[in-house]
Design a binder for this molecule. Sequence first.
Ligand SMILES: Nc1ncnc2c1ncn2[C@@H]1O[C@H](COP(=O)(O)OP(=O)(O)OP(=O)(O)O)[C@@H](O)[C@H]1O
Length: 260
Amino acid sequence: MSNGPLLQAKDLRVSYGNFEVIKGVSLAVQPGEALAIIGPNGAGKTTMFKALTGEIDCRAGQVMFCGADVTAKPAHLRTAAGMGRTFQVSRVFLDLTAIDNVIVALESRDRNRGQRKGPWWRAAPAAALISEADRLLAHLHLGHLRDEVAATISHGDKKRLELALTLALEPKILMLDEPTAGMAPADRMQISEMIRSIRRDHGVSVVMTEHDMDVIFSIADSVVVMNYGEIIAAGTVDEVRNSQIVRDVYLGKDMYHAAG
Ligand SMILES: Nc1ncnc2c1ncn2[C@@H]1O[C@H](COP(=O)(O)OP(=O)(O)OP(=O)(O)O)[C@@H](O)[C@H]1O
């Protein structure tokens, strides 16, 4: 891997039909850095996120990941290259137990690495894989839900389980799309702490979109602020928090005080 940024967007442009939503955005995420993309509703955060992960095509510009040009690569190949992604609405296997969800993700990781041969419907996972899945569940405080079917667990626990599935792939970067969406305040703080500890323990980079300022300011090192498809401010958390333009356009007095 090169010494440059882990993930980089260069002059990215994305349109829905004739409507240009991302208007030449450039950003860079260094190894180990946590970057938050914020902005008012409709600013283009989710679209930018999807362009980075390969879920939508760019009209112009480049996405670089680990020093390679991945602009033309579909999402699953970016995932296999180390881009782990969670969704606003969690995408766990609802019919499977928590432990089986994680085992499926670990098997997928091994298959990506060419370590798992033969059919995917093998009768039983290896004992080592089960232990690894148990460790991951424990790491995310989900051990007590090991044998619960995912459909029956709470929204917050589903989001945590999705995080476990993403971590099972041993990503170099975690792409978190509103990781606390729909969560109660106590759950939000717990997942923020979890993401901080994942960064500490695994040195993984993070890109996140998020509306909750307390969550953003507790996780991110740097922040990019978007408005109408452009970056209107970028800098460290403190720089952005103290920026007048950001306060005027986005944070608003109440949110600013809530976060600060
Ligand atoms: N599939 C689509 N087709 C057409 N226009 C779209 C589509 N998805 C989003 N848009 C428009 O693109 C613009 C940016 O949307 P986007 O969802 O990226 O914003 P956002 O900053 O993530 O907003 P939010 O905070 O509400 O999630 C908005 O004007 C939105 O209406």
